[in-house]
Design a protein around this ligand. Structure first.
Ligand code: ZN
Length: 297
């Protein structure tokens, strides 16, 4: 039993349309789910990922319309690492994003300042690729490689990370791995806001694994929630000692649970408890133009 790398990463946007434009059009990810924040249903929760919504490729955003920009500080993830398959892919992205390539890495930020880095994949893990019309599949993003977080006291997190199966900043699952790397924090405190990561979720198979890893986390000192139903997965949340919010999320339900794989992300999907609010929500939520939505005659 091992956690299989990252399941998803959740960040904050103040502008859902600009967010869809950047992640679906510029980065070529697929918008795989358009739903609402289950704790505040009058705002969007948008999910991007590979073509078949595979955990390990899922980047999600809570929309807080007009939210001011935040900045990463102590106890926050400050950069998301993605894999690409070749030197040519690094050149392609440096050119497309109008940034300098730095050796085997390409760094850039989204329109709200969220930092990303593309790195050469040197792992046997399956590439998790979305199909974008103007991005050849061999150059596309291949899913997460990991994240970098800020802490001044990495040692305080060691026991919990050990208990979850991390070794030397790496989580090696049977099929997928991920890195979790700390950097010294900047002097200024972090501010949770647009362009910052809210939490990161590690990938568990099912409720049995969630229960087992929850117990390991608690034994290592974490104050973990019960298992929570998130419609497309079940989740457990706890803060690791640096302050980063961890989630463990299960892989056994998936995003095709309430709509077909072919049309993922096209319709607004609501959990049963909010279906009765659909007319008001559809009126209040800004309609989004998705570059991937097929034009139907
Ligand atoms: Zn989550």
């Amino acid at each position: 039993m091992a956690l299989e790398g990252l399941h998803h990463i959740t960040a904050i946007t103040g502008d859902a349309q600009a967010n869809v434009d950047f992640y679906a059009r510029v980065l070529g990810l697929r918008l795989v789910k358009k739903t609402v924040n289950f704790d505040a249903p009058d705002v969007y929760h948008l999910y991007f990922g590979d073509e078949s919504e595979t955990p390990g490729s899922i980047l999600t955003f809570f929309e807080f319309p007009g939210a001011r920009r935040g900045r990463a500080g102590q106890g926050m993830v400050h950069r998301i690492l993605w894999r690409v398959g070749s030197e040519e892919a690094l050149d392609f992205w440096a050119e497309r994003l109008q940034v300098q390539r730095d050796g085997e890495s390409v760094r850039f930020a989204d329109p709200e300042g969220l930092e990303h880095e593309l790195v050469l994949a040197r792992v046997p893990d399956a590439p998790l690729v979305a199909h974008a019309p103007d991005i050849p599949a061999e150059l596309a993003l291949q899913g997460f490689h990991g994240v970098r977080a800020y802490t001044a006291a990495a040692g305080r997190s060691a026991a919990l990370l050990d208990a979850l199966g991390f070794a030397g900043g790496e989580l090696a699952g049977d099929e997928r791995g991920a890195v979790y790397v700390y950097d010294e924090p900047p002097a200024e405190a972090g501010i949770q806001g647009a362009g910052t990561v809210h939490h990161i979720a590690w990938s568990a198979a099912d409720d049995a694994e969630l229960t087992a890893f929850r117990e390991k986390a608690i034994a290592a000192g974490a104050r973990a929630t019960d298992i929570i139903d998130r419609q497309y997965f079940h989740s457990v949340y706890f803060r690791e000692p640096s302050g980063v919010l961890f989630e463990l999320a299960s892989r056994d339900i998936g995003f095709a649970y309430d709509e077909p794989l072919e049309s993922l992300g096209e319709a607004l999907k609501l959990p049963p408890q909010y279906e009765r609010l659909r007319p008001q929500l559809e009126e209040r939520l800004t309609p989004l133009r998705n570059p991937r939505t097929p034009v139907r005659a």
